[in-house]
Write a protein that binds this ligand. Structure first.
Ligand code: FAD
Length: 380
C-alpha cells in the first residue's frame, strides 16, 4: 500500500503526523521536507534572546529522532518539485514517491521588499530556523538592528532585541505598531511601552534603500531620514506558498483552497497550516494549525471530520507590554474602549452589542479567557 505522504516538516506537518500516529499506529507514513526536518517551535524564534537560547538550542528533536518517534520515513533536505495527482505521485530530488493520501503543509514565504542600494541583498528575513541561525550570526557582537515592519512579528523581535541590549529602530508605513490588529488607543500604549524599553520608531514612512558604509549599513527612508545599523531585518508579512499546488492544478486563492475537511480540489490531497485557505480563512497561527491537524488526522484514519475553529486569541510576545488579541471577523461593528490603570480593554461589537473580537493590553490581558468564551467561533 502506498504511504500517506506529508510535504513539510513545520508545525502543521509534524502535528498531523503525530495525531495520525496516535490514531493509526501502522499506516505507512512518509514525510518530505526541503529543510533539515528538525522539530522546533517557530514562535520561539522571536523571543529566543530573552530565553537565552542559541539557534542550535531551539530544536527539540532531529529528523532522525522524529522518524523513530513517528515510525515514519523522513526525507529531509529535498524539495518536492511536482505533484501528479492523476498518478498519485510526487517527484522529489530524483525520486518518484507514490501516495495513497497527500497532505500539503508547505508554509508561507516572507514577502519580498523592493529596495534599492548596493546592500539590498543583505536584508534578512526570519521564517525558519536556518534563517534565524543566519540572523543570530549576523548580529553576534554587533549593536544596532533596523527592523522593517511593526506588525506582530516585528514588535516581538523589537522587544526581544532591545531586551538583549541592541539598539532597535523600527520602520513601518502605518502610524501605529500592530495597526492591523489593534484600535488606535491600544496600539499607542504598545508604542509607548516599547519606546520606554528603548525601541525607536520611524512610523508613517518606508525604507527605500540599504547601502554598505564603513560603519555597517545605511538605511534611507522615504521621509529623507538616514539610519545606521549592523543588520536589517524585514518582518513585513508572509504569503502562502502556492506554486507547487498551482502547478499541480489545485485550486488556489489567497491560500491552497480547502473545504472544512481540509480537502483540496484534487482527490485525496489535503492542505493545512500557513499555506492553506480553509473554508475562506487563512489563519497563520499555532492554534488553528492544532485544530486543523487533529481533524485531518481523524479524516486520514477513516473518520471524516470537519475542522471547527473556536474563537482563538493570539498572544503577542512583548513582555514590555502584554497584548492579547482575538481579531474580529470582517463584519460591521465598532471598537469601544475601556482604559484602566495598567491597561486597556477594547471590545469590537456589532450593532446589537454582540462581542465579535477584542484586544487587551497590559493588566487587562488577565481577562483573556473570560472574554474568549463570549466571542463566537470562527468556523462553528
Ligand atoms: C518569528 C515568528 C513568531 C511567531 N510567533 C507566533 C506566536 O507567538 N503564536 C502563533 O500562534 N503563531 C506564531 N507564528 C506563526 C506560526 O509559527 C506559524 O503559523 C506556523 O509555525 C506555521 O507552520 P507551518 O507548518 O504551516 O509552516 P512552516 O513552519 O513554514 O513549514 C513549512 C514546511 O514546508 C516545507 N516545504 C515548503 N515547500 C516545500 C517543497 N516544495 N518541498 C518540500 N518541503 C517543502 C518547509 O521546508 C517546511 O518544513 C510565528 C511565526 C514566526 C515566523
Amino acid at each position: 500500500m502506498a504511504p500517506v505522504v506529508i510535504v513539510g516538516s513545520g508545525l502543521a506537518g509534524y502535528t498531523v503526523a503525530r495525531e495520525l500516529r496516535k490514531l493509526d499506529p501502522s499506516v505507512p507514513l512518509t514525510m518530505v521536507s526541503r529543510d533539515e526536518g528538525s522539530f522546533y517551535s517557530k514562535p520561539m524564534l522571536s523571543n529566543a534572546l530573552a530565553s537565552a537560547k542559541s539557534a542550535a538550542q531551539i530544536p527539540t528533536a532531529s529528523a532522525e529522532q522524529m522518524a523513530a518517534q513517528l515510525k515514519a520515513r523522513i526525507v529531509a533536505g529535498i524539495e518536492v518539485q511536482t505533484i501528479d495527482t492523476a498518478a498519485r505521485m510526487l517527484h522529489a530530488g530524483g525520486e518518484d514517491i507514490r501516495y495513497s493520501k497527500l497532505v500539503l503543509a508547505l508554509g508561507a514565504d516572507p514577502i519580498a521588499v523592493p529596495l534599492r542600494g548596493d546592500a539590498a541583498h543583505e536584508l534578512m528575513q526570519v521564517n525558519d530556523l536556518a534563517a534565524y541561525a543566519r540572523f543570530r550570526a549576523a548580529i553576534q557582537g554587533k549593536k544596532a538592528v533596523a527592523l522593517l515592519g511593526a506588525g506582530l512579528i516585528g514588535c516581538e523581535f523589537a522587544n526581544d532585541l532591545v531586551g538583549a541590549g541592541y539598539e532597535v529602530q523600527v520602520i513601518d508605513p502605518g502610524q501605529q505598531p500592530l495597526g492591523r490588529l489593534l484600535p488606535e488607543a491600544a496600539a499607542e500604549q504598545v508604542r509607548l511601552a516599547l519606546q520606554a524599553s528603548g525601541v525607536q520608531w520611524h512610523l508613517g514612512t518606508t525604507a527605500r534603500a540599504v547601502s554598505r558604509v564603513a560603519s555597517g549599513l545605511r538605511v534611507d527612508l522615504a521621509d529623507g531620514t538616514a539610519l545606521y545599523a549592523d543588520a536589517v531585518l524585514s518582518a513585513i508579512g508572509l504569503r502562502p506558498r502556492l506554486q507547487l499546488a498551482r502547478n499541480a492544478g489545485l485550486k488556489t486563492n489567497r491560500g491552497i483552497v480547502t473545504d472544512r475537511l481540509l480537502h483540496t480540489s484534487a482527490a485525496d490531497v489535503y492542505a493545512l497550516g500557513d499555506c492553506a485557505e480553509v473554508d475562506g480563512q487563512t489563519l497563520p497561527y499555532v492554534l488553528p494549525i492544532m485544530r486543523a491537524a487533529r481533524a485531518l488526522a481523524k479524516t486520514l484514519s477513516g473518520t471524516r471530520t470537519a475542522v471547527v475553529y473556536p474563537a482563538m486569541p493570539v498572544v503577542v510576545k512583548t513582555p514590555a507590554v502584554p497584548v492579547v488579541v482575538c481579531p474580529p471577523p470582517d463584519l460591521p461593528g465598532a471598537w469601544t474602549l475601556q482604559r484602566e490603570a495598567g491597561g486597556i480593554e477594547a471590545r469590537f461589537e456589532d450593532e446589537s452589542g454582540k462581542l465579535l473580537g477584542y484586544a487587551l493590553v497590559g493588566e487587562a490581558t488577565a481577562r483573556k479567557q473570560a472574554l474568549t468564551k463570549l466571542v463566537p467561533p470562527v468556523l462553528g
